[in-house]
Design a protein around this ligand. Structure first.
Ligand SMILES: Cc1cc2nc3c(=O)[nH]c(=O)nc-3n(C[C@H](O)[C@H](O)[C@H](O)COP(=O)(O)OP(=O)(O)OC[C@H]3O[C@@H](n4cnc5c(N)ncnc54)[C@H](O)[C@@H]3O)c2cc1C
Length: 493
């Protein structure tokens, strides 16, 4: 076994969060080893956000083309999956090859190691026969994998996860989607719009169960209009595959289809990370972090792994904090009595200071050490169905459960000027959740053709705790979808 090699920082897992941290620390002049066992960039560019949104863009183009018949003449639409699969293969993923991403990281000065790594005691990471010892710390960004429920028979079948659904070149005739969350609904609608007979099976009593009930209702209605069968409050008890098709057994019913897509959540695999070597519990669902992403001394975590929200924007937000904190930690260590000669920073103090400053701007509040801390009050999320379901902060239920003196304001998008003009495809609403005592919004939902975009105004309102009195006296452009926010404010009660 080779002696441990001393480096400044090791980043384990180069998904969205890890790649950002590793690249920025390398740019700041630290010796950074980035370890990735699969593809640099992780889930988002290869099997998540980007290809799924390309699929949605194509499916929405089909839906808009159908709307020509109601608005602008007639259109005959013949869906073809081939251009979508080609775009994902060639434009999004380079046929699932990460050379560009690896070059991007090494171009910033990082050192890339392909392999599966794990902690190997304090300040150490092992990957194969190599052991790295770190001067300043280790950043874990190992993400999550699909969480596959322990349903009788399921493990023995060739079910799909998001990977196979994104990589598909030829669509099946029919598809069962197990899980009616954001990913399940997005993919269900896409495939239905391309002619697949889709059934969504959800154990909760509504789809999009973590969002407002009104959002669940409108999303279910939209998918049903696209031909999707939605079964809620249905628990899959057994799954079988007869060589050609799947059956999901639920009590006395059975649902059959050519393919089965399992999208029932995600899980961090902590047991693989060697946490026991640093006296940490590896049996949890996620790795808890503090407001600066500290796991324990010398270890930070970033992204889905932390359980703070499985979104690329959360991973990037946390990454900025980690970069600032690692650099701050390094600055303090170097200022110490015996660390000055060991750091390999080539950017010098000025380079480090500017890197810290740059990272700080992404954070919310700053602590005495000038490092931002995480603030998830205004966590935004969008389910990119048609209509889009955007939400920020607390739902009405969550706000009431927290004992907040809640006021709710609701307005239907179809009754707004823009919704009425838009006509077909105009389903949506704005729902505001206000803290009446504080006079601010604590949550909001924006559903509509541009629900995710309209959300941005509401994110600012929640994030900056803009007084309701100010929101009421703003000027909202006529006739936009976001102008419905003004009406919802008027309806707060
Ligand atoms: C279908 C789908 C659609 C999505 N759409 C959106 C969206 O529209 N918007 C949005 O914000 N988010 C979306 N997400 C979520 C988003 O993809 C994730 O939040 C994001 O990828 C998380 O980044 P991460 O860095 O935490 O982890 P990941 O992207 O999961 O990356 C972790 C990396 O670590 C590597 N790794 C794990 N263990 C080891 C090890 N021991 N050694 C070496 N490497 C290791 C993995 O191979 C992986 O590359 C979507 C997800 C899916 C599945």
């Amino acid at each position: 076994m080779a002696d441990p090699e001393l480096v400044d920082v090791v980043v384990l897992g180069l998904g969205v969060g890890g790649e950002e941290v590793a690249g920025r620390l390398a740019e700041a002049g630290l010796t950074v080893v980035g370890i990735e066992r699969d593809l640099v960039g992780g889930e988002c560019p290869y099997w998540g956000c980007i290809p799924s949104k390309m699929m949605i863009r194509a499916a929405n183009a089909l839906a808009e083309a159908h709307r020509v018949n109601e608005l602008a003449g007639s259109a005959e639409v013949r869906p073809d999956w081939a251009p979508v699969a080609k775009r994902i293969r060639e434009e999004a993923t380079d046929t699932w090859d990460d050379k560009v991403a690896v070059d991007r990281f090494t171009g910033k000065g990082g050192r890339f190691v392909r392999g599966s790594g794990r902690l190997d005691g304090p300040n150490r990471v092992r990957v194969g026969d190599q052991v790295f010892e770190t001067r300043y710390g280790i950043v874990l960004g190992t993400g999550t994998r699909p969480s596959i429920p322990p349903i009788d028979g399921l493990a023995d079948t060739p079910y799909w996860t998001n990977h196979q659904a994104i990589e598909v070149e030829e669509l099946p005739g029919s598809l069962l989607v197990l899980g009616g969350g954001a990913i399940g609904l997005e993919l269900a609608q896409v495939f239905a719009r391309f002619g697949v007979r889709v059934t969504v099976i959800e154990a909760a009593d509504r789809v999009l169960a973590i969002e407002e009930p009104e959002a669940s209702e409108i999303a279910a209605k939209a998918l049903r209009a696209d031909g999707v069968t939605i079964e809620t409050a249905v628990r899959a008890e057994r799954v079988s595959h007869d060589g050609t098709g799947f059956t999901v057994h639920t009590g006395d019913r059975g649902f059959t289809a050519d393919r089965l897509l399992v999208v029932t959540g995600r899980k961090a695999h902590l047991e693989e990370l060697g946490l026991d070597t640093v006296d940490m519990d590896a049996t949890q669902r996620y790795l808890p972090v503090d407001e600066r992403m500290h796991v324990t001394d010398g270890i930070w975590a970033v992204g889905d792994l932390t359980g703070e929200g499985a979104f690329t924007h959360i991973a990037m937000y946390q990454a900025a904090i980690v970069v600032a904190d690692v650099l701050d930690h390094m600055r303090r260590t170097r200022g110490g009595p015996d660390a000055s000669g060991t750091a390999s920073v080539i950017g010098g103090a000025a380079g480090v200071a500017s890197a810290v400053g740059g990272a700080m701007s992404a954070g919310e509040s700053t602590a005495p050490g000038r490092v931002p801390v995480a603030d998830y009050r205004a966590l935004p999320r969008v389910t990119f169905t048609d209509p889009e379901v955007g939400a920020v902060g607390l739902t009405e239920r969550q706000a009431r459960d927290r004992g907040i003196n809640v006021q709710v304001g609701y307005t239907d998008l179809t009754s707004s000027a823009r919704g009425w003009i838009h006509k077909t495809g105009n389903a949506g609403f704005i729902k505001l959740v206000a803290d009446a005592d504080q006079g601010v919004l604590v949550g909001a939902t924006s559903v509509g053709p541009a629900g995710g975009e309209v959300l941005s105004a509401l994110v600012v309102a929640v994030h900056a705790a803009v007084p309701l009195s100010q929101l009421r006296h703003m000027i909202y452009t006529y006739p936009t979808f976001h102008r419905a926010i003004e009406e919802a404010l008027r309806n707060l009660a």
